[in-house]
Design a protein around this ligand. Structure first.
Ligand code: HEM
Length: 165
């Protein structure tokens, strides 16, 4: 059998090395593209998770609702779960906390402003926002809960307290 010359061997090796280098470059490029795509995706996800609401809430464009609309949406009969704080209505349907057997199920379908200010989990202080005077520390407490909910859940409307049930 005719053996290959040193020259042929060197050329063959160079070709193999060249193919390997080109393959590595292409693979590197596509892995950069994949990484960029993943980073963009996670940024979008983080953004979606950390701010369900626009940076500046257009209060005027929010749907006007009544307390009764909130009470109707308590997760029963396939309905959504709404809760209201300071007359802003949040859709908390995607949380297990407000389902009937969840730890905060008692809040489903209610205004919980006063309850949050007092850290009270009974039904005693539900639906009382605007009808009672709150001590300063409870207002502060309620306001920080408001920020918590605002970061976590979409605001879908606001209660106009002049509009009757
Ligand atoms: C033994 C007492 C309590 C424990 C161990 C407890 C524990 C927790 C935990 C672990 C969370 C989840 C926090 C997170 O995911 O960021 C949470 C959320 C919450 N807690 Fe409590 N909690 C207690 C009492 C209360 C009380 C008395 C209230 C009354 C207002 C309350 C209202 C809430 C609310 C509104 C949330 C937010 C749930 C959500 O993410 O939608 N908790 N609690």
């Amino acid at each position: 059998m005719e053996s290959i010359s040193i020259q042929q061997f060197i050329i063959g090796s160079i070709i193999l090395v060249a193919i390997y280098v080109v393959y590595q470059i292409l693979d590197y490029r596509s892995s950069i593209k994949r990484a960029e795509k993943n980073t963009q995706q996670s940024q979008n996800e983080v953004q979606a998770q950390s701010s369900p609401n626009p940076e500046k809430l257009e209060i005027a464009s929010l749907k006007i609702m009544t307390l009764n609309d909130v009470q109707q949406n308590n997760g029963q009969n396939g309905k959504k779960i709404f809760i209201a704080i300071k007359n802003f209505v949040f859709d908390v349907s995607n949380s297990d906390s407000y389902k009937p057997d969840g730890p905060y199920g008692v809040f489903a379908g209610h205004d919980i402003s006063i309850s949050l200010g007092k850290m009270n989990l009974t039904d005693e202080f539900l639906d009382q926002y605007g009808t009672v005077t709150q001590p300063e520390d409870e207002i502060a407490n309620m306001n920080s809960w408001f920020s918590y909910f605002y970061q976590r859940y979409p605001v879908i409307g606001r209660i106009d307290d002049k509009k009757q049930n």
